[in-house]
Write a protein that binds this ligand. Structure first.
Ligand code: ARG
Length: 577
């Protein structure tokens, strides 16, 4: 274990046991960063009452019982009873060396590994993929990467909106336009206009409406010709989604598609199961679940309608079938639903119903990872000037164009510039999503996300590229920098200490499903590196060889932490910027 906070906590707990008896050994040592030392343990203050002793006295007893050997250079009591703890430089240096030689850079593996379903992206085929899906795609993909790195079995599930009544009119519209032209438009990302045209005809043209309704029934009955047309429509749409995923560098593939249509044949059985278990009851002709604890504004129990009185199924039924499938067939330990915060009530009710049905229990957790809304600079839902939803592919193109303009003066040839601009543009957009907590709303602002300073993608990419260039100048590969680490300067010590925290941060980001913890840590790391690099020359002629070796090793470890971390966020790293 390299994380100093964990080593410290273990030692303080040991001391608690020694000083006050075994029943105290489990108390939270309350380790916090300190202004006056590396860390402080505040447990003496919280235990004083229970022990009926003065806090400073408790701290004194704790300090005496604390085993400092090999790890701490100093333990002091300060204020009302804080224990200020300074780590030993040699211990930090040794841990940093170990981390450098550890292929996992200090990140542990989940033991035993968990099976984790990550339900993310999930655009609707009947509409254009819009910015709302951008965040769920980016956050979900990062969570998938993190959990895979932690050794968990990750099952990506792209719960596409690919079924239901709109497909009647969409298929009829496709026939009206002609298969070839319709598919070309869908593949080019024209899904939104396509949908609007179909909708307009449906509302104004009675014959079209009738055809659409008939088409819905033949679709539901899985009549072969209708299914063929539905496949044509879906395949073209998915080709467009895949282009966006490719541009973004998202790891979703066709194998991860588990859209609403997949559950079509499970819906009747799901309803039967719920009815047999007594979880679902017929109310006013519809089959409903009334999950305990949910009340409408009229104070009456709130229903989850799972089969309408006309026999039709809806979004809730599909999600209940999906949770049943994931638990029973995929045998998951954990399901993360990376979906807009506005669907919070839906998921709370689905989870409650699934618990009632016994599909969810203490061994399986389902969590809604709420995604906050993306806002425009006016503080309202992000839209184009004319009030339409912003087309995702156009947005990504603009990011690349702006990134290209930002690096125009750097003298790259056309191909190199295009390559870097793509990485910087995507890095900016993705990092912006990942650097704020996933449930907070945020203002989409190209200027801010593309800035080369502050907690932005380009800054993180630049910090990483800069270390790569140090190694180019030194004429060695980062992997060859394995010299002994020696911490003479405060900036070296601070950087090394920072680097030891990587493992815990990745583990925590996975556990809490909060990628912004990782990005925040990486930003601190890049800042610690900047200070180090200002204060501690690496390649200058007057630097003694041993110091140069040590500093190169610190550079190599920093580079590995940044590269691994950014890759877990899904942020690409250009070689130079
Ligand atoms: N297609 C839905 C939407 O765009 C999101 C689906 C999320 N996943 C789920 N299992 N409900 O709003």
């Amino acid at each position: 274990m390299t994380d100093p906070q964990i080593v410290l906590a273990e030692r303080v707990q040991q001391a608690l046991g020694t000083a006050f008896g075994a029943e105290y050994a489990g108390a939270d040592p309350l380790i916090r960063p300190s202004q006056f030392a590396d860390y402080q343990a505040n447990v003496a203050l919280s235990l004083a009452k229970r022990l009926r002793r003065a806090p400073r006295e408790v701290a004194q007893a704790l300090a005496e019982a604390l085993d400092a050997s090999g790890v701490f250079a100093g333990v002091e009591i300060s204020g009302p009873g804080f224990l200020n703890i300074t780590l030993d430089d040699a211990w930090i240096a040794d841990q940093a060396s170990r981390t450098l030689h550890d292929p996992r850079t200090g990140v542990g593996l989940t033991a035993p590994p968990q099976t984790v379903v990550i339900d993310y992206s999930a655009p609707n085929a009947a509409k254009e993929m819009h910015v709302g899906h951008l965040r769920t795609t980016i956050v979900g993909d990062s969570l998938a990467r993190v959990h895979e790195y932690l050794g968990n079995r990750v099952i990506r599930q792209n719960h596409l909106g690919d079924w239901g009544t709109p497909f009647g009119m969409l298929i009829e519209h496709l026939l009206d336009i002609g298969e070839g032209p319709a598919l070309a438009r869908l593949e080019a990302g024209g899904g939104s206009e396509f949908y609007q045209e179909a909708r307009a005809k449906f509302d104004s043209d009675e014959a079209f409406k009738q055809r659409s309704r008939t088409r819905v029934s033949t679709l539901q009955a899985e009549e072969p010709e209708t299914i063929r047309l539905w496949h044509l429509f879906m395949d073209a749409t998915i080709r467009y989604f895949n282009r966006v995923y490719g541009t973004l560098g998202v790891t979703l593939t066709d194998a991860d598609i588990a859209g609403e249509s997949m559950y079509n044949r499970m819906l009747a059985e799901t309803c039967d199961d719920l009815e047999a278990a007594g979880t679902a009851v017929v109310s006013e002709g519809a089959l409903c679940v009334f999950p305990p604890g949910f009340k409408g504004s009229d104070d009456r129990p709130l229903p989850l309608i799972i089969r309408k009185s006309d026999g039709g199924y809806g979004y809730a039924t599909t999600d209940l079938a999906a949770i049943r499938y994931r638990v029973r067939d995929l045998k998951v330990d954990r399901i993360l639903y990376v979906v807009g915060a506005e669907q919070s009530l839906h998921f709370q009710m689905i989870f409650a119903a699934a618990r009632q049905a016994g599909w969810l229990n203490d061994d399986v957790s389902a969590e809604h990872i709420q995604i906050g809304m993306m806002l425009g600079s006016d503080g309202r839902r992000f839209r184009t000037r004319s009030g339409e939803t912003v087309k995702l592919s156009a947005l990504l193109d603009e990011a690349v164009q702006r990134a290209s303009a930002a690096i125009a003066d750097r003298g790259y040839d056309e191909a190199t510039r295009a390559e870097i601009a793509h990485m910087v543009g995507m890095g900016a957009v993705k990092y912006a999503d990942l650097s704020v907590s996933h449930d907070s709303e945020y203002i989409f602002d190209f200027d801010r996300m593309l800035a080369f300073t502050g907690n932005t993608g380009p800054y993180m990419q630049y910090a990483t590229a800069r270390i790569r260039s140090i190694f180019r100048k030194a004429g060695i590969a980062p992997s060859a920098a394995t010299g002994a680490i020696d911490l003479g300067e405060p900036a070296e010590r601070a950087l090394a200490l920072q680097l030891l925290g990587f493992g815990t941060v990745v583990e925590t980001a996975g556990e809490t499903a909060e990628p912004h913890r990782l990005s925040g840590y990486l930003f601190e790391t890049a800042s610690a590196f900047t200070t180090f690099y200002e204060k501690c020359p690496v390649l200058r002629d007057d630097v003694p060889p041993a110091t140069r070796e040590s500093r190169l090793a610190l550079c190599a470890l920093t580079l590995r932490v940044l590269e691994t971390g950014l890759t877990l966020l899904g942020v690409p790293i250009p070689d130079r910027m």
